[in-house]
Write a protein that binds this ligand. Structure first.
Ligand code: ACO
Length: 311
């Protein structure tokens, strides 16, 4: 009965152990995980666009090969995550539909344009860096398929961050124009990267329950602070500055203080009003439509195989 099932679920959470797809789970747990994992999958897929934009313009064959591999990794991340989300019962087509109709959210960061080659560096260093900071704790999320997907994703994200760092390092040690390009990219991506961690804790409606269910391990603000503390010395090593006049070491707290972020901008972007929201969705719908023949061919092949197995 439900009471016994709930007690067994509670015991698994209490022991910090894992819930698997066949286990009973409260509807709210299923719902919030489907929400978070599908949003995460959508982010990976939409996140391919700003970087794919630079594949044809990468400055060398080597850079082009690296960038292509990276964008393909993002596609792979999206696929692991859709698979993990599907184990909770929502079919993939339904999740695609939610994305394409504009109903589902995806990370705010991917609604900003990638204007220069320097942005490939800033996206790798800051955006993938923030992603790792947020996602390493998710490797221990209580839902098994999500935690396991995150382990692989984090390994690949670490490589992505290193390649972004290396692009910025080369630029910042190049000509004055190249250094300026790197600085301009960091200036534009710094604030939006910090917003990837989500709204401030007192405006984060899902945090409390997600923490109680061992999905979230640290709050949005705690992870944001961890990220700032990590990137300040990295920016110094790069020879670049971070665009925040309030950024200052606080001896007492043992952390860097930083200025208030533009939360009006953030809420505008997640409502669909960022600089590239419309373009990102349009492009996704177009790619989905262009891929229809692949889905149809795969479905026809699967049908034939099943018929052959029955005969
Ligand atoms: N961009 C878009 N939406 C966001 C963002 C963001 N940066 N941050 C929070 N939100 C949304 C939440 O999804 C939630 O919306 P919903 O209730 O309609 O679903 C709302 O704002 C309120 O936020 P929270 O209550 O704090 O939401 P939550 O507890 O889910 O925390 C967080 C948000 C930290 C992003 C969490 O969902 C998470 O860790 N997700 C997995 C990581 C992820 O998705 N990363 C994607 C970018 S990284 C990459 O793809 C390279």
């Amino acid at each position: 009965d439900t009471e016994a099932a709930q007690a067994s679920f509670d015991a698994i959470i209490e022991q910090d152990s894992r819930i698997e797809p066949r286990d009973w789970m409260p509807e709210g747990y299923r719902k919030t995980l489907t929400r978070q994992i599908s949003q995460h999958a959508h982010s990976e897929i939409i996140g391919m666009q700003p970087e794919a934009n630079w594949i044809t313009r990468a400055p060398s064959l080597k850079r082009k090969a690296i960038l292509m591999a990276k964008v393909q990794d993002e596609a792979g991340h999206g696929l692991y995550l859709y698979s993990a989300a599907e184990t909770l019962g929502t079919p993939r087509d339904v999740m695609f539909e939610q994305l394409m109709s504009g109903k589902a959210k995806y990370s705010s960061i991917f609604n900003y344009p990638a204007r220069s080659w320097g942005d490939m560096g800033a996206i790798g260093w800051l955006v993938d860096g923030a992603a790792i900071c947020n996602q390493v704790p998710l490797c221990r999320a209580s839902y098994g398929p999500y935690g396991r997907a995150m382990v692989r994703i984090c390994k690949e994200e670490s490589f992505h961050q290193r390649q972004g760092w290396e692009i910025l390092y080369e630029l910042s040690h190049g000509t004055p124009e190249q250094k300026q390009m790197a600085q301009d990219s960091v200036n534009r991506f710094y604030g939006p990267a910090l917003q990837m961690f989500g709204p401030p804790d007192d405006e984060s409606p899902n945090s409390q329950q997600s923490t109680a269910w061992n999905i979230k391990r640290f709050s949005n603000d705690v992870l944001r602070q961890r990220f700032v503390d990590m990137i300040v010395p990295q920016a110094e090593a790069l020879g670049l500055t971070l665009p925040d006049p309030d950024l200052k070491w606080n001896e007492e707290r043992g952390h860097y203080d930083f200025g208030e972020l533009d939360w009006d901008e953030f809420f505008g972007v997640i409502k669909g009003n960022g600089p590239c929201n419309a373009q990102r969705l349009e492009r996704r719908i177009e790619a989905h439509e262009n891929g229809a023949w692949v889905r149809e061919a795969a479905a026809a092949y699967a049908r034939k195989q099943a018929e052959a197995a029955e005969a």
